[in-house]
Design a protein around this ligand. Structure first.
Ligand code: SF4
Ligand code: ZN
Length: 710
């Protein structure tokens, strides 16, 4: 053991010295008042903030942190102490990387790299992590002796959907070996220096603050959270120096096993630090140590299929064939049939196949017919919406839109590998059976490319069915159903959180509508969505039900026992952290502002999305702050208790435009005000609250005349 602890202490001491020198240099150069911050975070220097509660904002705050760091390095023979020394290395690394930002530099300029990971990206990872779309997080560090073997490990992770962060020489080795890198491909270079490992450490730590309701300064709880809930592991390549070993000790302290390609002999610690010298075994061993289970659907197609490819964009110049409603009729439709009406696994291509050189334009109708004893018509749109995700999982295929407003591109690369029309049918069949097998007993796929036939099918089949569905969904209100649903999917990160999903209020992530929740209950009867019988009404305006309280209390393990469906001020629904939008009060305007995750600027509350978002989360109720889905904004029930959507005084322009037609209709119906969004301020008009107020009075915004909000 002592060989290992010596290395750890050696590394920690070296990092401590480097950190101290770097801090002193920076203060000498820029002065103690010089601001220092990582970009787009509400958590300061996250490791220091989480471990000690100290908010670093200027260079002068850092010497005290260096002191704390040194105190963590107590030279004893005990491995627990050595792990603390590893944490000290993490703190030192954070300071060193933070100083790069203070100096105005971009710490990573290579292909696809990002350096510090902004809060909003962590929030956006919440849902894929809980659904298992991203089954784990790999940190691949160092420089590999065998770049080809390294590349196949990373490629393996990529096809399994694992999010891989690269640190060190591997940042260059991996793309050079032909693996696509960047956040869109879930292989993300962080930096060449070993200290850039801090960027993944702070992801784990902020996950604890954002989703886990871990309070700053609560170090043991923090370490328990990262160990139990962040499914990360480290693969270290190449000769181990003291600094790398002490960084590895930091990872182990966070609960992340380290697998090295070096033979450590009896220095290994079972389950925490292991040698795997046969690189063919590295990936399997890593997943096993972290107990990561990967769901694989094998589909007979010539291109990769993995959630890691979801964000891939196919440019026009790289497109071989395109099906777009802009140019040709194109639509996708899922239809429920009787069992006797269809044949299982029948795949029909009707019309000419794709032929020719780049940028072939074709019409396309995709019809998925499903039958099953437990199938319901309500699940048609749930399955249909998944087509978008399944196609985007394909390497070299891009899909946008839904129904009869779609664009699908097949890249030249996918075409060259042999991908053709028929493979779409293969993918659809495999995915429908895989994801919906418990309600679908038979599935038949038809892809039509004949222009006249596509046109006719669209007019006669698709459009009337879409219209009927819309009419049904429009008529579906919270009053019109007998059951709401809980969703506790996010509990793997936010252990006390529970969404209540109603027809008019979808889950705050935006991904779970009432129909989705209902389908989930049918697909996995003991799963995350359980029905709440709508009984025991206490207050209609605020949306309080005895039964909702009871089910939320059960689902939140006693953490929350009173919840309103429609109030932001009184017992608002909890937030896990992955909400699409955050709503907050703007008292001076007697209204609320809503900000979506994508908006990076300041809001009239004086806070950014990230700062507003950090006010709530972790399954805690915070009156005055409420996370919610985009779609909820135009609901008749949006903050109904406080007067409803006419309280909205400010939204980023993109969000406002996105919800405008529905919101305007709702406000017209509720209050008889037309073109309401014209009265809502946005960042192109004003962001300071005085100018916002001026704009609102000019427009005669109704919120100004309402009862005082607080
Ligand atoms: Fe998480 Fe709520 Fe979305 Fe379910 S509905 S996935 S609990 S945010
Ligand atoms: Zn969530």
């Amino acid at each position: 053991m002592s060989g290992l602890t010596d290395l750890i202490y050696g590394g920690s001491n070296a990092v401590a010295e480097l950190t101290e020198a770097a801090v002193n240099d920076a203060i000498a150069q820029y002065g103690a008042e010089h601001p220092v911050a990582f970009p787009d975070t509400a958590y300061f220097f996250p490791t220091i903030y989480a471990a000690t509660g100290v908010k670093v904002t200027k260079l002068g705050d850092l010497p005290a942190c260096v002191g704390v760091l040194k105190s963590l390095i107590t030279n004893r023979e005990d491995l627990g102490d050595a792990l603390n020394a590893g944490l000290a290395t993490a703190v030192g690394a954070e300071i060193i990387e933070g100083l790069k930002y203070a100096a105005g530099g971009d710490p990573y300029e290579g292909e696809g790299g990002i350096g510090f990971v902004p809060d909003k990206i962590i929030r956006s990872l919440g849902v894929p992590l809980v659904t298992g779309d991203i089954p784990g997080v790999a940190v691949v560090l160092g420089t590999a002796d065998d770049p080809e073997a390294l590349a196949s490990i990373v490629k393996d992770y990529q096809t399994k959907g694992i999010l891989t962060f690269l640190v060190g020489g591997v940042c260059d080795q991996v793309p050079a070996a032909g693996v696509k890198v960047g956040l869109d491909f879930r292989v993300v270079p962080l930096g060449h220096d070993v200290t850039s490992v801090t960027h993944v450490v702070t992801v784990a730590i902020r996950a604890a603050l954002i989703f886990g309701n871990i309070q700053p300064g609560a170090l043991p709880e923090l370490l328990a959270y990262t160990k139990e809930r962040v499914p990360a592991f480290v693969n270290a390549f190449g000769a181990l120096d003291a600094v790398t070993v002490s960084a590895g000790a930091g990872a182990i302290a966070l609960g992340f096993p380290v697998i090295t390609d070096q033979n450590l002999g009896d220095l290994q610690i079972a389950g925490a630090l292991e040698s795997v010298t046969d690189l063919g075994q590295t990936a399997a061993k890593s997943l096993e140590l972290r107990n990561i289970k990967v769901k694989v659907t094998s589909i007979p197609i010539p291109i990769g299929c993995a959630s890691a490819f979801e964000g891939e964009i196919i440019r026009k110049a790289d497109t071989w064939a395109e099906f777009t409603s802009d140019k040709n009729p194109a639509f996708e439709l899922v239809i429920m049939r009787q069992l006797s009406e269809i044949e299982d696994h029948k795949l029909i291509i009707d019309g000419p196949d794709l032929q020719g050189e780049a940028m072939i334009q074709m019409p396309m109708a995709t019809i998925v017919e499903v039958a099953g004893a437990k199938m319901q018509e309500d699940f048609e749109p749930v399955i249909e919406r998944k087509i978008h995700y399944w196609y985007n999982f394909l390497e070299g295929i891009m899909h946008t839109g839904q129904r009869n407003l779609i664009r699908i591109r097949i890249s030249n690369e996918a075409h060259n590998k042999g991908f053709g029309l028929k493979h779409f049918a293969d993918v659809l069949y495999a995915m429908v059976m895989d994801d919906f097998g418990s309600v679908v007993d038979k599935c038949q796929i038809t892809i039509v490319t004949d222009p006249d036939k596509v046109h006719e099918l669209m007019e006669k089949e698709a459009l009337p069915r879409y219209a009927a569905r819309d009419a049904r969904i429009d008529n579906m209100t919270d009053e019109s159903v007998d059951e709401y649903y809980t969703c506790i999917l996010c509990q793997s990160f936010a252990p006390a959180h529970c969404c209540v999903v109603t027809p008019e209020r979808l889950g705050l992530c935006g991904a779970v509508s009432w129909l989705d929740a209902k389908a989930t209950k049918e697909l996995t009867p003991t799963g995350p969505c359980q029905p709440i019988e709508k009984k025991g009404l206490i207050d209609e305006r605020k949306g309080i039900y005895e039964e909702v309280n009871k089910k939320v209390e059960e689902a939140s393990h006693g953490n929350v026992s009173q919840v309103t469906l429609y109030s932001i001020l009184e017992d608002p629904m909890t937030s896990c952290g992955c909400f699409e939008c955050i709503c907050g009060i703007l008292p001076e305007a007697n209204g609320v502002v809503i900000v979506n995750r994508e908006y990076v600027g300041i809001t009239p509350t004086g806070m950014t999305f990230g700062e507003l978002a950090s006010m709530t989360g972790g399954g805690v109720q915070t009156p005055g702050f409420m996370g919610h889905g985009r779609h909820f904004i135009a609901s008749h029930k949006f903050i109904h208790a406080e007067g409803g959507p006419e309280r909205i005084v400010w939204m980023p322009k993109e969000l406002k435009d996105d919800v405008a037609s529905r919101l305007n209709r709702t406000v017209e119906e509720l209050y008889g005000i037309s073109d309401f969004t014209e009265m809502i301020c946005d960042e192109t008009i004003a962001t300071d609250s005085e100018a916002v107020l001026e704009f609102l009075s000019e427009k005669g915004h109704p919120a100004l005349a309402l009862d005082e909000l607080m």
